[in-house]
Structure formats: C-alpha cells, structure tokens
Design a protein around this ligand. Structure first.
Ligand code: HAH
Length: 345
C-alpha cells in the first residue's frame, strides 16, 4: 500500500474488523459536518463532552439529552457502537450535586442518592444501546505517595463511591461492559495503583469488566515496553481492555514551543508514523484482550490538544490531516492490519 492521491482510502473499521472496534470522540457539531467520513472510517463513537455530567445533568431536575440522543441515533443509523463517557469524574461536574440544602456540602447519603439517580437515569435511558461505559474516570492520584485523587466524591462519600457507582450502572444496564478509565496509565507507579484499586473492587464483588487506557501519548513516549507492561498488568486481572482516548502529540508534554499554524516538519511526521506503527503492532499482538481502540478526535483539524496543556499550541495527533486526508501514519497502520489479515488467511 502506498501513499497517493488516486489510491482509494481503506476504512479503519474494515481493516480491524476481526480484531477490535475503531472509535472516535465526537461532538454533535462534528457529526453534522463530517458524518459521512466518520461513518466510513469508524465503528464506535464517544461523546467528547456532551455526556459528561455538567452537560447532560446541569441542574438537579434538568437533564439535557438532545446531544446524546443524536449521537446514539447517528451510531445506530451507521452500524456503529457507542462508548459512554463518563459517569463519575472530578472535572466537568456540576457544583449543585455536591451542595446540601443549607448551602453547605451535601451529606454522604444525599450525594450517594444523587449519584445513583444520575447513573440510573443516564445509563437507563440508553440501556442495551451503549456497549460500554466509563463509570469512573481518573480516580487515581498522580503523586507517587498518594493513592486516590482528592475529590468531592472521595471527601463526601469515601472510597466506596467507586463500588457504589459500578453497582448502580450494572443495575441500570446489566449488558453494558463497565470500565475504570485513567491517564498516565503506563507510568509504573500509577499503573500499579490503578491495578491495585481495580483488584480491590473485584475482590469486593464489584461489577467491573474492564480498564480503559486513555493513551494520551506523544511521539517520545511512553516506550513500547512500558505500554506492554501496562497491558500485561491490567489484563492479568482477567479484564477486558479498551484504548479509550488515543492521540499522539507531536510535543513533549509541557514543551512551550509552538509550531504555530504550520504543518509539522517531516522529521516529526516520520517519528509519529513510526510510533503509530509500533503502537498498533502492539495492539494487534494483544487483540485477544483489547476490544476497542478509540481516538480522542477524528482528524488534525480539531483536537483538545490545541488547548491542552499549553494554550494555543496547535497539534496534529491523528492519522488524518486537517483536510481529513490519510497521513503517512495512516498508511503504515493500514498496511500492518492488511498484512496481518493476510497471514491469518
Ligand atoms: C481526558 N483527561 C478526559 O478523560 C476526557 O474526558 C477529556 O475530554 C480529555 C482528556 C486527560 C487528562 C490528562 O491527559 C492530563 C491531565 C488531566 C486530564
């Protein structure tokens, strides 16, 4: 397979059909303008923001389901699955849920009841239609010597907020696969904390079925060896793995240089191609435990990385360029999938 304008562009969803779903994080805006492209390339979608609690449940007695309804509708029209993201998180969560009737913090009982009610309502509405949910997002602390991230969920409910959230989700949709999702998931110290947390949840009989590796990586790291060790560590719990938010930044994490508006240099593009190739080779090797690989966006015209962690730092993290044309990295990944498919016969 060679780069070229005349050659027909294969679909990722077909190339990986027998191995894992290929997903993209989207908004209803992106669906409206790029729907045909997304439906051709991907067979899973995730709402980048529109199903987060602050958006879907802005006030105690108000839900805003329109965007999520449209996402499910789009997915079903095009034979795609939906990964629900996310139920319980410390970010993009509305203040009202943590506030008591007297203006002080909500009591443990009240917060548990609100959490259950949120999960029952959202998961229940799409019962049988989301193949997986990120039930709890990013509850593990990055600092080496602390285990759980401090958050209002932890402060007001205590550690069992995680188990309670998974139980509520399981009740609302017994078919859905329930995930714990986190970033810096290949860092050995955080990896072991994530594994220990999920192990404890399993020991308590919590209905948890998988671990989501966000995979916000860059062209310099993490190494394939670190990624492999994380996959092995999580899979050894007997759980399914989803790659939930893949993007490959062209910068080291907090690099302050800005390649403003210009296309990346050939050197960076080539590094990115090589990284995508080795990463997908590894995913294919672990296709027995990885069920789904979702990119945190569609193409280089829009990515959250343009604003994070360095505001105004344009990034090009995907397999498709700003015109949605396949990049060299796309062709390498496609070639890899096709070659393995041939070998398998
Ligand atoms: C993710 N956090 C979230 O899960 C997702 O919902 C959001 O749209 C973007 C990224 C990642 C993250 C990070 O990589 C570093 C620090 C904080 C959060």
């Amino acid at each position: 397979m060679r780069e070229g304008r005349t050659r027909e562009v294969p679909a990722l969803r077909e190339l990986f059909r027998d191995r894992f779903r290929i997903g993209a994080a989207v908004s209803t805006r992106v669906l409206a303008s790029q729907g045909a492209f997304i439906a051709k390339q991907f067979n899973s979608v995730t709402a980048e923001n529109e199903m987060k609690m602050a958006e879907i449940h802005p006030a105690e007695d108000a839900y805003a389901f329109e965007a999520a309804d449209r996402l499910f509708q789009f997915a079903e029209t095009h034979g795609m699955g939906v990964r629900g993201h996310t139920l319980i998180w410390h970010n993009q969560t509305p203040d009202w849920i943590f506030e008591g009737p007297d203006g002080g913090p909500a009591s443990r009982e009240l917060l548990i009841e609100r959490m259950r009610s949120h999960i029952r309502t959202v998961v229940g509405r799409y019962r049988g239609r989301a193949y997986a949910w990120d039930v709890v997002n990013e509850a593990v602390e990055d600092k080496r010597h602390e285990r759980l991230r401090r958050s209002k969920w932890l402060d007001l409910i205590g550690e069992d907020f995680l188990r309670l959230a998974f139980e509520a989700a399981h009740e609302a949709d017994p078919q859905a696969l329930l995930f714990y999702n986190d970033y810096n998931e290949t860092d050995p110290v955080k990896r072991d904390k994530i594994r220990a947390l999920v192990h404890t949840l399993l020991e308590q009989g919590t209905p948890i079925h998988g671990i989501g590796l966000q995979a916000h990586w860059n062209i310099y790291g993490p190494s394939i060896d670190e990624i492999r060790q994380a996959i092995e560590a999580y899979a050894s719990l007997g759980l399914r793995l989803h790659i939930t938010e893949l993007d490959l930044s062209l910068y080291a994490f907090e690099d302050r240089q800005v390649l403003k508006g210009r296309a990346p240099s050939e050197r960076l593009a080539e590094l990115q191609r090589l990284r995508y190739e080795e990463i997908f080779r590894l995913f294919l090797e672990y296709a027995g435990v990885i069920d789904s690989v979702t990119f945190w966006g569609v193409a280089d015209d829009y990515t959250w990385l343009d604003h994070f962690p360095v505001p105004g730092r344009k990034n090009w993290p995907f397999l498709f360029d700003e015109q949605r044309q396949p990049k060299a990295a796309f062709w390498s990944v496609a070639e890899l999938a096709a070659a393995q498919e041939n070998r398998r016969g």
